[in-house]
Design a protein around this ligand. Sequence first.
Ligand code: PEP
Length: 261
Amino acid sequence: MRRKLVIGNWKMHGSLEANHALISGLAKALERLSEADKTQVVICPVSVHLAAAAQQLNGLPGQIGLGAQNVSHAASGAYTGEVAASMLAEAGVTLVLVGHSERRELFGEGDALVADKVAAVLDAGMTPVLCVGESLAQRQTGETESVVLRQLNAAVQRVGVEGIARSIVAYEPIWAIGTGETATPEQAQEVHEALRKRLAELDEDLAANTPILYGGSVKASNADALFAQPDIDGGLVGGASLDAEEFSAICASSARSGASA
Ligand code: PEP
């Protein structure tokens, strides 16, 4: 049975004080949900806030997990400004976003580097969330499937079926990230199905058990329809995760969905 989860990507927003308040607000909002509406929730604050967030989360009831937005491909060494996976784990992180389109587009991260980062996260005993997705131009020229499969295959080649079995995949069409434009449930399902089919070619159990999240302008108002799709197992949420009530409503949608087989 696949796990359902919702991840909040806070990007480079907030401040120590604002993010402390956001965690408190989110914990309260999630506490108010009925048992049937509870799902696994992970937040990804900016890296310098991780230790403070970990300390705060430890003192709270409920089960909000801690994730990071990026990681170095290297285990240690002369990499000024980078943070190693083992350091994130020490800070209390259990999950790391890898290959987010903003990293690929703004910081020039290619498939090989992203695959090395997936390996680094696994080596440190954490869960990589491999983000894949096409640009608007690629969608318009019919390249969506080949782009996301190329991105997935690069990670498969690097860490094998065993590594992907300890990973999460997130389909995030670049044209839907932070734009307010969401993929229709049918468009998202089509790509999720293609990704799962590729996993099934490698191993049936891998396909059955790997969570594939959707990300791209998920809101409380569209979450039910997206999460109702058979191959969508939850969400990777940017903007809407900065509002505790909105985000907890999205988490409740994920819990209620019949997504996981
Ligand atoms: C993201 O940053 O991963 C994301 C999906 O952002 P948004 O929800 O704001 O589109």
